[in-house]
Design a protein around this ligand. Structure first.
Ligand SMILES: CC(C)(COP(=O)(O)OP(=O)(O)OC[C@H]1O[C@@H](n2cnc3c(N)ncnc32)[C@H](O)[C@@H]1OP(=O)(O)O)[C@@H](O)C(=O)NCCC(=O)NCCS
Length: 199
């Protein structure tokens, strides 16, 4: 059976410089490129989204922030994609919010988005979180195990399409009992009412 280009790219991941991507933890040096990728993927409207309200003033979980990079023949590393997870509180317990997830526009369809999420989900499984929530397209996120929550089970701040609220259990069956208001986790940096950083 012939392998598709995507399968070939996955099979050679990490073996052939310049032809394959790899996933590694994000470092502080990646920050500017990750921000540029999210700006490209989501545009300025991203700051108005309900999920963004939950991220304001709260740092992403560093141990779950991954980037996909590709080594070029000259030895340089190009950033192809990024995923971050934010801590949130649901009924008083800390859970996770997946996103933003973004892949460079001309690099999509190579399995990078799925690979980034799989790395994050595997790492999250090592922690004490019970579940991951996100707001997104069900057909895409079912590929890594997410499913739609019954309407009204969890309540996000601001208007959110109930059909786009998805969840994944990190401990068996946790999604069945997860319910309540989704709130921002402990604030790391004070923010103004309009969302701008103080000072
Ligand atoms: C969504 C996104 C991260 C996907 O990244 P990607 O690296 O192209 O995804 P993958 O290569 O891992 O997966 C591609 C597969 O998912 C499918 N897919 C991609 N986006 C999809 C969507 N929104 N709905 C349904 N299927 C989708 C593709 O058709 C493809 O299917 P196939 O494997 O059967 O051919 C990328 O398109 C992106 O950065 N978009 C802009 C930002 C965004 O919308 N992020 C998601 C919201 S948090």
């Amino acid at each position: 059976m012939n392998a598709s280009p995507k399968e070939l790219a996955k099979a050679s991941a990490g073996k052939e410089p310049g032809t394959a991507w790899q996933v590694r933890l994000e470092t502080p040096a990646d920050e500017a490129q990750v921000e540029a990728l999210n700006a490209e993927g989501f545009g300025p409207g991203r700051f108005a989204k309900s999920a963004y309200r939950l991220r304001e003033g709260v740092a992403p979980v560093a141990a779950l922030s991954f980037v996909a990079v590709e080594k070029m023949p000259d030895g340089s590393e190009v950033l192809r994609g990024s995923v971050r997870f934010w801590p949130i509180r649901v009924a008083g317990h800390e859970e996770l919010l997946l996103g933003p997830l973004a892949v460079q526009s001309d690099q999509r369809g190579r399995g990078i988005g799925i690979g980034l999420m799989q790395a994050g989900i595997a790492a999250a499984g090592q922690g004490s979180w019970r579940a991951i929530l996100l707001v997104g397209d069900e057909p895409y996120y079912t590929k890594v195990g997410f499913s739609r929550l019954p309407p009204g089970r969890v309540k996000f701040p601001g208007p959110v399409d109930q059909n786009r609220i998805l969840g994944l259990s990190l401990k068996a069956g946790e999604l069945l009992t997860l319910s309540g208001e989704v709130r921002r986790a402990q604030i790391d940096e004070p923010v103004c009412a309009n969302g701008a950083g103080v000072g």
